[in-house]
Design a protein around this ligand. Structure first.
Ligand SMILES: [Zn+2]
Length: 216
């Protein structure tokens, strides 16, 4: 990380001890900013396949767009949901499995989780996490976002910025103070996404079912 990047991309982070690029987690293969969650621009540019969706052009600075990055390991299982039923609090083993969202997903009772499945839960939801049922499934894409403030780092290679411009359908303007302006670049194509639909409640089901939000 360049000195200017560290000090000026997120000046607000100084009061929290600064920021850094976090190592890839959750089966992802790109770094993320510890402060805003942005995908590292160079890691995004290195991906062969990704699509962008401009997120907040109306909502002021800092701007971001969402990206769907193809999962390099489509066989990896993720925790996609969990369920805990209050009415079975005294005997969770009698709680029926929630309704499956698709035939590629699977609900597993907590007491029947294998060590490998427990390791996935710890990785995706934290070591202290617990629920009566865990839903496992696949993720064809990783859901990320890119804050354009990270493109303002003068140490970022020009070809990385150019590639992100072409692929996102946006043209950027870089100002001396580190801000980044943008305008649509022809052809202005916004690809509809995302694979990560967030559903908070499955109404009518006997239990409250929550699904993991897109990973930060
Ligand atoms: Zn950031």
């Amino acid at each position: 990380m360049s000195k200017r990047e560290a000090e000026s991309v997120h000046p607000d982070a100084n009061r929290y001890g600064g920021w850094h690029w976090s190592r890839p987690r959750h089966g992802e293969h790109f770094r993320r900013c510890s402060y805003c969650g942005s995908v590292h621009p160079e890691d995004l540019a290195a991906e062969a396949l990704w699509t962008a969706e401009w997120a907040d052009q109306k909502y002021g600075w800092p701007h971001k767009f969402y990206v769907n990055v193809i999962n390099r390991d489509p066989s990896r299982l993720y925790v996609l949901g969990s369920s805990s039923g209050q009415s079975y609090r005294n005997d969770p083993d009698k709680q029926p499995a929630p309704v499956l969202k698709s035939d590629t997903h699977e609900w597993v009772r907590w007491s029947e989780l294998t060590p490998a499945q427990l390791a996935i839960v710890a990785e995706d939801n934290g070591a202290d996490y617990h629920a009566d049922w865990i839903e496992f499934g696949y993720r064809p894409t990783h859901f990320g976002k890119l804050y354009t403030v990270h493109l303002g780092d003068p140490a970022l290679p020009a070809d990385v910025k150019d590639l992100i411009e072409r692929r996102s359908g946006l043209a950027f303007t870089f100002y001396e103070d580190g801000r980044v302006g943008w305008h649509p670049a022809p052809p202005y194509v916004v690809t509809p996404t995302p694979a990560n639909t967030v559903v908070s409640t499955q109404t009518g089901a006997p239990n409250t079912v929550t699904f993991n939000p897109p990973l930060q």
